[in-house]
Design a protein around this ligand. Structure first.
Ligand code: XMP
Length: 547
């Protein structure tokens, strides 16, 4: 799904969510990965732990080639299910001289496939094949000028002879292993790129935006050197997945929980395209949705897709169970349990349901540590808990997609744009934005503040520019003054971020006048709130939600 983007460059996994995950090996059915792995020419990225690893896979997919991230010690028999055409070795914080430094898998050089080693990947191959790797005089971090020595090398086709690249390393190659040719240099790294037969090694990071020819270099590797067909796109994904779902589920009925966010809506549209009304969708109104959300979601999904959708009003039971609970993990537990209690009751009313569809996407699996080919049969769940009692097999048709790819698939399926571009909304809903106890009064105050913020962002025409924006109630109470009297109420926080993968994010520089209008309206129109603050923390080190 080729596309251009700006966006953040750093990836550091946040702490795992401990409550919202369950290993489905213990549940009725292991999740299925769709479509069939052999459909697309594939380039694997062996992950040695670099913060940039997910970006490598993204850039390769932008070139129209399917790519997945796998652990560096993946066993060889895992490769059998793939149309594997090449392998990229990521960077790492490690040094090849560390005692427990990650190594090359034994099978790598036996396969005789094209290999691209990036940063640590270069050092590791050089070290393993007898070259010399050592500390440079100082760590090289930041931009450098790359000079191509071998302009005929296919990795550099279409690249200028000299261009800016991004460096981030402590060690470097001091002496190349036998038979390797030096094909590029920088002032800080005499050996900035090496080549021998199908192995190409580079010290710089082509995956980050700061490397001017980075996209071209990765495209050259996957298309020209590996010979991949660049046929990974929204259309081919939809065709393959629809066919695979039909084959896998035969005549069975399927159940899906609509959350109000884009992932579950796209998953629903995709499965609906495969099995029609045999897919039953349930939208649980937990009482923790945004203002007007039920009507908006119903409207866009029914008219936009013709989905077989039931809305269950469960607000009272959720809010009653949450009474007096302030601990965030406990709230998640209660909501997860109640959610599935509702689901189980609704599922019991339907005949022939055998599958449960989840809108898990690729970053969810990376964040919960279950990404990679290991995920083919065994899954860990970030979004929801699936108790054994559900007795349904799980299908996760979006499990391979980054968020922007999910949106492209939504557009391919002709979902309304308003839905495709809807900002994400967490499964536990406003509960993660109400710090402290959840009461009906606080929910109503937060809904009102959030609605005002959304109205003001829309009025400023910024909806598409900001990836996610919302209000939260911080749980702090402060004094204020209105007219002649003192007030005592809550502090609301506004959060707005830009990101392209939700794994890293930057806070959005909202124009002063939008902030001013939003703040003034909230304090005037929502009596429970007396003060408004703006969150200027990026992720990492913060998270997007407050919780
Ligand atoms: P954090 O707060 O971890 O959020 O930076 C990253 C993205 O995930 C959303 N989020 C969730 N989505 N179930 C979901 O489906 C959850 O439990 C959950 N918690 C956070 C969050 O809104 C943001 O887009």
């Amino acid at each position: 799904m080729p596309r251009g983007d700006g966006g953040s460059e750093l990836y550091a996994p946040p702490p795992l969510r401990t409550v919202a995950r369950v290993d489905t090996t213990t549940s009725a059915g292991a999740a299925r990965n769709l479509p069939d792995d052999t459909r697309f020419d594939t380039v694997l990225v062996l992950d040695y732990g670099s913060q940039y690893t997910p970006l490598i896979a993204r850039r390769i997919r932008e070139a129209g080639v399917y790519s997945e991230i796998v652990p560096w010690d993946l066993s060889r028999d895992r490769l059998r299910e793939l149309a594997l055409k090449g392998i990229v070795l990521s960077g790492s914080d490690a040094s090849v001289h560390d005692e427990n430094a990650p190594r090359l898998p034994a099978w790598l050089l036996e396969l005789d496939l094209p290999v691209l080693g990036i940063c640590y990947g270069l050092q590791l191959v050089a070290h393993t094949l007898g070259g010399s790797v050592g500390r440079g005089e100082r760590r090289e971090y930041g931009p450098a000028e790359l000079e191509i020595i071998d302009a005929e090398h296919p990795l550099f086709a279409g690249c200028p002879q000299s261009s800016r690249v991004w460096m981030s390393h402590g060690d470097k190659v001091l002496e190349a292993p036998a038979d390797f040719r030096q094909i590029a240099r920088t002032d800080g790294s005499e050996v900035a790129a090496l080549s021998r037969d199908a192995i190409t090694l580079i010290q710089f990071h082509p995956e980050v935006n700061h490397t001017e020819s980075g996209r071209q270099i990765l495209r050259n590797f996957v298309v020209d050197i590996c010979g991949c067909r660049p046929d990974w796109n929204a259309g081919s994904f939809v065709d393959g997945t629809v066919g695979a779902i039909r084959e896998q589920v035969a005549d069975a009925g399927m159940l899906l929980g609509i959350s109000g966010g884009v992932d579950s809506a796209v998953a629903a549209a995709l499965v609906h395209a495969a099995v029609g009304d045999r897919l039953r969708c349930i939208f649980v109104d937990t009482g923790l949705l945004r203002a007007n959300e039920v009507a908006e979601v119903e409207e866009s999904l029914r008219t936009g897709t013709g989905l077989n959708l039931v809305t269950v009003d469960a607000a009272d039971r959720f809010l009653d169970k949450l009474k007096g609970v302030a601990d965030p993990e406990r709230k998640r537990e209660i909501i997860g349990d109640e959610f599935f209690a509702v689901f189980i009751e609704e599922a019991a009313k339907l005949d022939g349901i055998e599958f449960f569809v989840q809108g898990t996407i690729y970053p969810d699996t990376i964040e919960s540590g279950s990404a990679g080919l290991g995920s083919v049969k065994i899954k860990t769940h970030h979004n929801t808990r699936i108790p054994d009692r559900l007795h349904l097999k799980v299908i996760e048709p979006l499990r391979r997609l980054f968020k922007d790819e999910v949106r492209e698939v939504g557009l391919e399926l002709e979902l309304p744009e308003s839905l495709v571009w809807r900002q994400p909304f967490p499964g536990p809903g406003l509960a993660v934005r109400l710090i402290g106890e959840i009461t009906r009064k606080r929910v109503a105050a937060l809904q009102a503040a959030d609605r005002i913020f959304r109205e003001e962002v829309a009025a400023a025409g910024l909806e598409r520019e900001i990836s996610q924006y919302f209000a939260a109630l911080t749980g702090i109470r402060t004094v204020g003054v209105m007219g002649d009297s003192r007030t005592y109420g809550e502090v609301a926080a506004l959060r707005a971020v830009t990101t392209d993968d939700f794994m890293t994010a930057d806070w959005y520089r909202l124009p002063d006048d939008v902030l001013a209008r939003t703040s003034s309206r909230i304090v005037n129109e929502v009596s429970a709130i007396t003060r408004v603050v703006y969150d200027v923390t990026s992720k990492p080190p913060g998270t997007i939600e407050w919780e």
